[in-house]
Design a protein around this ligand. Structure first.
Ligand SMILES: *[C@@H]1O[C@H](CO)[C@@H](O)[C@H](O)[C@H]1NC(C)=O
Ligand SMILES: *[C@@H]1O[C@H](CO)[C@@H](O)[C@H](O)[C@H]1NC(C)=O
Ligand SMILES: *[C@@H]1O[C@H](CO)[C@@H](O)[C@H](O)[C@H]1NC(C)=O
Ligand SMILES: *[C@@H]1O[C@H](CO)[C@@H](O)[C@H](O)[C@H]1NC(C)=O
Length: 401
């Protein structure tokens, strides 16, 4: 596996470097006397450039400064996890709606996320194998100064019906062409590689070489339990897979019914971002995180008291209450990721014929989550679909609409 050279510095740093080099050249050229006069001037210029450099980094609140120090230190923050644990446990137990209410204290014991990666198999589409450490190194190399989240996308492919549908294809292409991840990791269950005409179209969208370089197929067993709690719902199994994928590599997790509409880079400057879905829910269908980030690790440990019977307890309501309990550990996008939401009113904005004026996705959204209520389309029918869904698909597929 070839390790990438670390991603180049951003423009400001390059300017800064070439300025230093040219300033140095001039200083050597001038006589000492002139040098003495020029030195204060050069210092002022340097200070000015440094100031500009600071301005180019997004305004950082104290919590994000903490996060920034974290780039050099990607290990789990054990101290924070230990300190936050009692409050997290109270919060999780308070939210719990399952039948084991009086045993929860004994179930929620570990402040460390615990899971087993030994059966993970990472490979290129043509079968080149990678170790976890190799892929982590590539992911890390994509984190430029001022950023915290690797430019890596993760999808969990359907492991029930492996045949991709039209909107899955649009989702993957939107990620490849709008987000432009350095690597795309496609998580799949053993023996469940994707199939069908829409998968073929995704494959043929890139050259063989691009495909083999950019795509990492990530095979892992579907978790049937988490800690020792059974997890039988497919959506819940996929919930666990995504948390573990992003804990280990960092990056952007996208449900395969999410359309990316604008580059996500501004959000990669926060250690953790998630989108609001409703007033009491943050949706795990889209999130961005640095690897090992404390909020994500805490979210995983909360699965010690997982409740398979509650549809959105751990995936939506828990991140909402955790975010309120630990506001310094996450950034919330209110409208730009999961609005319109799944409520009948808002779903109608997406699919309703002639309803496009109800929501300005071009201005408002980084991404739109289709919430599984997509319609069956094809490359010709989508051209005349007079809805926000039609517009977004055409925008992604044909650069029009
Ligand atoms: C995450 O933390 C664990 C434990 O501290 C460490 O072994 C692992 O290498 C870290 N992951 C990354 C991407 O650095
Ligand atoms: C992790 O999984 C592997 C293979 O699935 C298994 O052999 C091993 O015993 C597991 N390790 C632990 C600590 O559970
Ligand atoms: C495309 O979809 C439309 C409407 O669903 C259908 O009528 C048409 O036959 C489909 N075309 C192809 C080539 O599948
Ligand atoms: C790949 O997909 C993009 C975005 O949908 C499209 O613009 C481009 O023409 C496609 N390229 C190929 C070779 O299919």
């Amino acid at each position: 596996m070839t390790h990438e050279a670390p991603a180049s510095q951003n423009g400001v740093s390059n300017d800064f470097q070439s300025f230093c080099q040219s300033a140095l050249g001039k200083m050597l050229y001038f006589s000492r006397r002139r040098l003495l006069l020029l030195l204060p001037l050069a210092c002022c210029l340097l200070a000015g450039l440094f100031y500009l450099h600071l301005l180019s980094v997004p305004a950082l609140t104290p919590r994000h400064q903490v996060a920034q120090a974290y780039t050099t230190h990607l290990q789990l923050d054990l101290q924070a996890l230990r300190q936050n644990f009692p409050k997290l446990r109270d919060e999780v137990i308070r939210q719990h709606s399952g039948p084991h209410r009086n045993q929860l204290d004994q179930m929620m014991l570990s402040y460390l996320p615990v899971f087993n990666t030994s059966a993970w198999v990472l490979h290129s589409p043509r079968g080149r194998r990678f170790t976890i450490a190799e892929v982590q190194a590539v992911a890390k190399s994509t984190v430029q100064p001022g950023f915290l989240v690797p430019n890596v996308a993760h999808f969990v492919l359907p492991f029930g019906d492996t045949q991709l549908q039209f909107h899955h294809m649009v989702s993957i292409l939107s990620c490849l062409h709008v987000m432009k991840p350095h690597r795309m990791m496609l998580w799949y269950a053993p023996g469940r590689l994707p199939t069908g005409q829409w998968w073929d179209r995704v494959r043929k969208n890139l050259t063989e070489a691009e495909w083999d370089e950019k795509i990492i197929m990530a095979q892992r067993p579907v978790p049937t339990s988490v800690y020792s709690v059974p997890a039988r719902g497919r959506e819940h199994q996929s919930d666990v897979m995504r948390l573990e994928a992003v804990l280990v590599f960092g990056g952007v997790y996208l449900d395969i019914d999410v359309l990316v509409l604008k580059p996500l880079d501004p959000l990669r400057k926060f250690a953790f971002t998630i989108g609001r879905e409703t007033s009491d829910g943050l949706c795990n269908g889209i999130f961005l995180s640095a690897p090992n980030w404390t909020f994500l690790a805490m979210w995983h440990t909360a699965y010690q008291v997982f409740n398979d019977d509650a549809w959105n307890e751990h995936s939506v309501r828990l991140p909402h209450s955790m975010q309120r309990a630990f506001p310094d550990l996450s950034h919330v996008e209110e409208d730009s990721l999961n609005r319109p939401n799944w409520t009948p009113d808002e779903v109608a904005w997406i699919y309703g014929i002639g309803q496009q004026h109800r929501w300005d996705w071009r201005k408002k959204n980084y991404a739109v989550h289709l919430f599984g209520t997509f319609e069956d389309e094809n490359m010709s029918s989508i051209r005349s679909r007079n809805s926000m869904y039609g517009e977004m698909c055409r925008h992604i597929l044909f650069g029009s609409g």
